[in-house]
Design a binder for this molecule. Structure first.
Ligand code: NAP
Length: 255
């Protein structure tokens, strides 16, 4: 790699990515492996497809099966991650769910499911790794996956909007506390991407057309579209970038 591009290399780094079996998480895992990182994928079911993609670029992949709706799995994740690698350098809080429903009909159970995974888990998993990084004085990178609904209200997704708006605030709050320890906390706000998360939206012809006609790039995003930002924020090139949420949205927010 030319010297001026070596700052983007992840060689020798270990990245832990949640929600690694599909969608954006899978894309980020594959991109990190291609950039030289060892990758640990956390998911509630097999990451075989991700493992195959990483094998294709001669990368190292370990999976940890864990249901991230339960905060008590955190010690297990930290312990398992420590078995293969002396330290995790990069944490990507990607796992997330969305529940579409009129606000007047949202149940407390659905509200808690979304907020516990999308917001509470992100905070406490970040805390668990940051504690180690502060103790070891070696810094680290946290990349949270935010959303257009970190900026906007959305329609029929109040718990998701609340959780993703919280992610943008949390990204700033943690950066303010942890930048002095060499920990970079940043976020990526994907636009409308073709993954399981948007399957229902894309199946609704009217909503799909409304969304597509508003995206300046004129197409839905793909998991690959988020990977450049994910590599940048995980790399030495982003050492002085703190608390920022970078939109990868085909221009959606520019309108
Ligand atoms: P996705 O294909 O539905 O992927 C979500 C990932 O989270 C899957 O791996 C899923 O596992 C995992 N997950 C869900 N609940 C979990 C749990 N309890 N424990 C462990 N893992 C769990 O959607 P995606 O689009 O790639 O979403 C990735 C992130 O991007 C999410 O935070 C999402 O909110 C965000 N995002 C997506 C879009 C978009 O347009 N697609 C836009 C903005 C932000 P399973 O496969 O087992 O469900």
């Amino acid at each position: 790699m030319p010297q001026n591009l070596s700052m983007f290399s992840l060689a020798g780094k270990t990245a832990l990515v949640t929600g690694a079996n599909t969608g954006l998480g899978q894309g980020i895992c594959a991109a990190y492996a291609a950039a030289g990182a060892n990758v640990i994928g956390v998911a509630r079911r097999s990451c075989q497809e991700t493992a195959d993609k990483i094998k294709a670029v001669d990368g190292n992949f370990t999976e940890i099966i864990a249901d991230l709706s339960d905060i008590n799995v955190i010690p297990h994740i930290v312990e398992e991650a420590g078995k293969d690698y002396s330290r995790v350098d990069i944490l990507v809080n990607n796992a997330g769910i969305i529940k579409r429903c009129d606000s007047v009909d949202v149940t407390m159970e659905d509200w808690d499911a979304v907020v516990n995974l999308n917001e509470k888990m992100v905070f406490f998993l970040s805390q668990a790794f940051a504690k180690n990084w502060i103790r070891d004085n070696q810094g680290g990178k946290i990349i949270n996956i935010a959303s257009m609904l970190s900026y906007q209200g959305g329609i029929r997704v109040p718990s998701y909007t609340a959780s993703k708006s919280a992610i943008m605030g949390l990204t700033r709050a943690l950066a303010n506390e942890w930048a002095k320890y060499g920990i970079n906390v940043n976020a990526i706000a994907p636009g409308y991407m073709a993954t399981n998360n948007t399957q229902n939206l894309r199946s609704d012809e009217q909503r799909s057309e409304e969304i597509l006609s508003r995206i300046p790039a004129g197409r839905w995003g793909t998991p690959e579209d988020t990977t450049g930002a994910a590599i940048f924020l995980a790399s030495d090139a982003a050492s002085y970038v703190h608390g920022f949420t970078l939109a990868v949205d085909g221009g959606w927010l520019a309108r």
